[in-house]
Design a binder for this molecule. Structure first.
Ligand code: ADP
Ligand code: MG
Length: 465
């Protein structure tokens, strides 16, 4: 807290540069009604073409029931991490072995052929190392980018997001691209039976043991949500209307605000971050919330306060704090985890960024900025979830959450719990459940459900039904 008059004016001045991050409950409620409207536009076939939130039907109609069995390969391509997994399911027991591989930035910004060849190489290596050659392996692919699905294993990429921009993939069926790359790279008998988004995988994974779970949320590199919707509300549905009359909708709500409807809450820092991103004007809600961007927003504020002479008065202009992308979102978690007056983690971060001659007062301000930026992110994500909870109107709801931002940030869970409580209709109960290995296990579960349904169909055919 400021003690001297000089400090008081310093804090007042700082406040004038950051007040845009402090939004009232009324503002979050306004965001909710805009989001609700945009989601309705996405669901209706007449308005979907120009809607920002695409509300993609996924072809996932049933949640797992615990009877899934067998050995599956799963891939998880999320934006930061790429993993190959071997998942063994037997009723409620699950055994997972996995390996994480690196996707170099050159490949993220290269051609589609290079990307899928690289993925196929990793799978080939994984199957060799795990002695799986010669086995028949159904594969579930968690591919966490907006796709228009034409079947459980047909998904056309509608646009790249996060850090990816590979040439020649938009509009293509990513399962076919992977299938062709696999044919070249391995002799293993792999069949791609399902492709899902990570939010959907997360929902599947938690729903496996919890019947109240109908919403999945990702707070990782990106931000996205999915939920179970009744078919009668899905104008875009082209499949059959057989039981169960429901389908999981992948909202792709990260694109909320791309038509300008969130401009009234975006700050100068949000605008600058967007201008220098690889996809300006796109994914504006995601850019205020997710792990790929929060650190950079904090960095931009710190840079501005420094330029105004309100922070780091002894700093060298050449230091790394002034480099774009240099302030990682994990620093925000580390700084906010500093509970004592010694600011040990904050100092460690500042040292890593080569900031010199900082004071304890500077550390306090840095922590304050981190809390402002992360609270707004958590509250915006909460507004999204509260909109879905109100829409579904179920008396009890579990929300499955995955992603490193939610997992590791010290306050995200509590901030969200309190804000959602404030925003949902009275009487609706909810809980936020961290999903364990949502995207990996989820992809295998979707593959398993698909195989189970396929077996049931085959049996009906064999019996002439
Ligand atoms: P993916 O999106 O590929 O599934 P993750 O869920 O691991 O991967 O999310 C990666 C994102 O999480 C990155 O943008 C990174 O900045 C952020 N992140 C990683 N560690 C932390 C942390 N300790 N606190 C907050 N954010 C983190
Ligand atoms: Mg993930």
């Amino acid at each position: 807290m400021p003690t001297s008059p000089e400090q008081l004016t310093r804090y007042e001045k700082i406040e004038s540069f950051v007040k845009g991050f402090k939004l009232s409950s009324l503002t979050y409620k306004r965001v909710m009604s805009l989001l609700d409207e945009e989601m309705k536009n996405g669901l209706r076939s007449q308005t979907n073409t120009y809607a920002d939130i695409k509300m993609f039907p996924t072809f996932v109609r049933s949640l797992p029931n615990g009877s899934e069995k067998g050995q599956f390969l799963a891939l998880d391509l999320g934006g930061t991490n790429f993993r190959v997994l071997l998942v063994k399911l037997d009723g409620n027991s699950i055994d997972i072995q996995s390996k994480t591989y690196l996707i170099p930035q050159k490949i993220m910004l290269g051609t589609g052929a290079q990307l899928f060849d690289h993925i196929a190489d990793c799978i080939a290596k994984f199957t060799r190392d795990h002695g799986l050659l010669g086995e028949r392996l159904p594969l579930g692919f968690t591919f966490s980018f907006p796709c228009k699905q034409e079947g459980l294993n047909i998904a056309r990429l509608s646009k790249w997001t996060k850090g990816f921009r590979c040439e020649g993939v938009v509009g293509q069926d990513i399962c076919r691209l992977l299938h062709e790359a696999l044919k070249k790279k391995t002799s293993a008998e792999i069949e791609i039976v399902a492709v899902v988004n990570d939010a959907v995988g997360t929902l599947m994974s938690t729903a496996h043991g919890d019947n109240n779970c109908e919403i999945g949320l990702i707070l990782g590199t990106g931000c996205n949500a999915c939920y179970m919707e009744r078919l009668e509300n899905v104008g875009l549905w082209e499949g059959d209307y057989s039981y169960p009359e429901q389908v999981v909708i992948n909202t792709e709500w990260g694109a909320f605000g791309d038509n300008g409807c969130l401009d009234f809450i975006r700050t100068e820092y949000d605008r600058e971050l967007d201008t220098f991103s690889i996809n300006p004007g796109k994914q504006l809600m995601e850019k205020m919330i997710s792990g790929m961007y929060l650190g950079e927003i904090v960095r931009l504020v710190l840079e501005r306060l420094t330029t105004e002479g309100l922070l780091f008065r002894g700093i060298d202009r050449e230091c790394e704090l002034f480099e774009r992308g240099r302030f990682f979102t994990k620093y925000v978690s580390e700084i906010e985890s500093d509970r004592d007056e010694f600011f040990r983690s904050t100092k460690q971060v500042l040292d890593e960024l080569q900031v010199e001659n900082y004071t304890t007062e500077d550390c306090k301000i840095v922590r304050y900025i981190c809390t402002l930026v992360s609270s707004r992110a958590a509250f915006l994500a909460s507004s999204g979830l509260a909109t879905l909870i109100n829409k579904l109107g179920r008396p009890e709801m579990t929300i499955a959450v995955d992603g490193s931002l939610y997992r590791f940030h010290p306050r995200f869970h509590n901030l969200m719990r309190l804000k959602i409580q404030e925003l949902v209709k009275p009487g609706l109960k909810f809980s936020l459940a961290l999903s364990h290995d949502g995207s990996g296990k989820g992809a295998a579960l979707v593959a398993a459900v698909a195989m189970r349904l396929r077996d049931v169909k085959q049996e009906l055919c064999d019996n002439g039904i």
